[in-house]
Design a protein around this ligand. Structure first.
Ligand code: ZN
Length: 209
């Protein structure tokens, strides 16, 4: 099969991204000529952020963080498990090599992954990925189903999923090793509320073995 090679993106949205990108780079360079030169020297973020892939949940925008401040991993429904090599690699690199001081697991309201985990409908490949969240739902079904609205039910499962990820991270070898070495490392659980743009701390932080 011969693939057709395009010399342009052929997409209005991607063309607009290129245009915006050029404008942004020019604007940044005109106010700080060495900005990109300095940025290219390396990174030393203090925060590892594990969030959902949802297109509405843009951590650098809602925290107004600068490039270089947050090391980011995203997947559907901000899951962390020992079998996920991508998440494990990110966590090990962030803790061991970048020396981050905080790991934030952030869920969000209106999460399609959480909704999917509560649904009986088959979602193909996603069924396997969401299985641990489905199990969380089953294990807490009485409490969750006792809540009045679907929004409340989804929010509670979202919270439980964040708590689960935070607890899983605390057991990981690079995290345990950092604590054994006496390094400052705290794992936090948060929820980004799409309805009002506010980030909520669940106050479930863990900072020692
Ligand atoms: Zn989500």
């Amino acid at each position: 099969m011969v693939r057709k090679i395009h010399t342009t993106t052929g997409s209005d949205v991607l063309d607009s991204f290129f245009k915006s990108n050029r404008e942004w780079a020019e604007k940044v360079t005109s106010s700080a000529p060495d900005y990109f030169k300095n940025l290219s020297k390396g990174q030393s973020p203090e925060v590892l952020w594990i969030g959902c892939s949802d297109s509405r949940v843009c951590v650098e925008i809602f925290t107004q963080a600068d490039p270089g401040q947050i090391f980011i991993h995203r997947n559907i429904a901000n899951r962390v498990s020992a079998e996920d090599h991508a998440a494990q690699s990110v966590i090990e690199f962030a803790v061991k090599h970048l020396g981050v001081k905080h790991i934030v697991v952030a869920g969000h309201t209106c999460c399609g992954g959480v909704k999917g985990a509560m649904s009986k409908e088959s979602l193909g490949m996603l069924d396997h990925w969401l299985k641990p969240i489905k199990e969380l739902y089953e294990n807490n079904k009485e409490e969750i189903d006792g809540l009045t609205t679907d929004t409340d039910k989804e929010y509670r499962l979202c919270e439980l999923n964040v708590v689960n990820s935070v607890n899983n991270i605390a057991t990981l070898p690079p995290v345990q090793a950092a604590w054994e070495e006496g390094r400052s490392l705290t794992i936090h659980g948060m929820i980004f509320q799409i309805e009002n743009g506010l980030l909520k701390d669940l106050d479930i932080s863990i900072s020692e073995k």
